[in-house]
Design a protein around this ligand. Structure first.
Ligand SMILES: [Zn+2]
Length: 415
């Protein structure tokens, strides 16, 4: 009975999580650098999944010119006052589109809107001639709360002296740039710069492109070779990646950081150094560790595993002393922090808890069961795309031991 209730819950949960979603975007995007405006028009394919509306998030300073379907006006509500429904998009606002009555669930909606980007200042976003970076974090496109698997096709117009890159395959056409993302993803990253350069690395079936503006040639080569090393090492450890295409873009700012999308990584740095290696090691590891919901405490399954993978990579590249020092530092930093179990993803300590404390637990686990068994287990987890701690713990019990499962659960619940 207990099992039945659990499965019913699981089915309800999956159905609920799936919900209404955007299947694809087909947009014309005009970027006006001087006035900091973008004008977007095109088609959004929506699956309403039996509901009467879909909840989206759009940049707060957007003016919606029209939303129609086959010339008929579509009802919508753009709430520019209430806070964003998605924590990672603090300057997003809720746009609810109502399904026209008596129509099928799958609909192509035409939308036309403009975004004023003067107030753009959030994480990994920028809008200047030197570097424009627009993505999920600012919701320049109507982000669907449930969609993690949409495709996109853009035509982008920008001033002649700027070049375009981004999270899809980019090609220059007559007077515009085409960017196609035929693989499912939850973001559409558009980057423009008046000084964009590109380098390619082809090794066997691995194809890596790096796009950058202010990095030296030598540093760009280092980025490519580190990406290649990390990619090959993780493939050996965690299993083959489904695609061997990778684009890594280097934003020219002095606030180190990065984010990872399907086949795409964006990092911020003005030079290549040990820190850059670490960011590359972490972000590329997300190709294997990104199945859990990043808005909940389950995100430790993404961040702790990506961070520990990074430490394994740094150990390989820079030696065991550096690795040991990092583990020691992480252990010190995460002492007396709240438990990972149920932790608030939005708290100021989230980084320490999810990345550092989580990585230390994985290190201790490796010490307890031995490296060989531990690595085999990581491969199992990555292959199964484990997305909840409940499933993770069940797999620990199944593959290692009941005691180990209890030990980890206890660690996750300890300060
Ligand atoms: Zn991460």
């Amino acid at each position: 009975m207990k099992t039945l209730i659990f499965f019913l819950f699981l089915i309800l949960f999956i159905v609920n999580v799936k919900g209404q979603e955007v299947k694809s975007y087909d947009f014309d995007v005009k970027i006006e650098v001087v006035t900091k405006q973008i004008h977007v028009s095109g088609i959004v394919d929506i699956d309403f999944d039996g509901k009467d509306s879909i909840s989206l998030v759009l940049w707060k300073n957007s003016t919606i010119h029209k939303i129609v379907m086959n010339e008929d006006v579509v009802n919508y509500q753009f709430d520019t006052i209430s806070p964003s429904p998605i924590m990672y998009i603090p300057n997003g606002r809720n746009l609810i589109i109502y399904k026209p009555e008596k129509t099928q669930d799958k609909k192509s909606i035409q939308i036309d809107y403009a975004c004023d980007m003067h107030e753009l200042n959030g994480w990994a976003n920028s809008f200047s001639e030197k570097w424009i970076e627009l993505n999920f974090y600012c919701a320049w496109f109507p982000v669907s709360i449930n969609s993690s698997n949409h495709t996109s096709r853009l035509k982008v117009w920008v001033d002649d002296n700027l070049k375009i890159t981004g999270s899809g395959v980019v090609a220059k056409k007559n007077d515009y740039w085409e960017m196609v993302q035929e693989w499912g993803a939850f973001d559409i990253v558009v980057i423009a710069s008046n000084n964009l350069k590109s380098k390619l690395l082809k090794e066997g079936d691995v194809f890596i492109e790096t796009d950058y503006s202010e990095l030296s040639e030598q540093d760009a080569d280092s980025v490519l070779s580190e990406c290649s090393f990390a990619l090959n090492m993780y493939q050996t450890l965690f299993g083959k990646k489904d695609s061997t295409y990778l684009k890594i873009v280097i934003a020219p700012f002095d606030k180190p950081g990065g984010y990872s999308r399907k086949n795409f990584v964006s990092i911020t740095t003005s030079e290549f150094n040990l820190n850059t290696s670490g960011i590359i090691g972490h972000e590329i590891a997300h190709f294997w560790w990104s199945a859990a919901n990043p808005q909940t405490w389950e995100d430790w399954l993404n961040e702790a595993f990506a961070e520990y993978s990074k430490l394994i990579y740094l150990k390989e590249r820079y030696g065991i002393e550096l690795f040991a020092k990092r583990i020691e530092g992480y252990r010190k930093n995460s002492m007396n922090t709240p438990p990972i179990w149920g932790a608030d993803r939005n708290s100021p300590q989230a980084y320490t808890i999810f990345y550092k404390k989580g990585a230390v637990i994985l290190y201790d686990m490796e010490q307890k069961i031995g490296t060989e068994k531990f690595m085999d287990f990581l491969k199992t987890l990555a292959t199964k795309k484990v997305n909840t701690t409940a499933v993770f713990l069940a797999l620990v019990e199944e593959n290692i031991s009941k005691e180990m499962g209890m030990w980890i659960e206890n660690k996750l619940k300890t300060e």
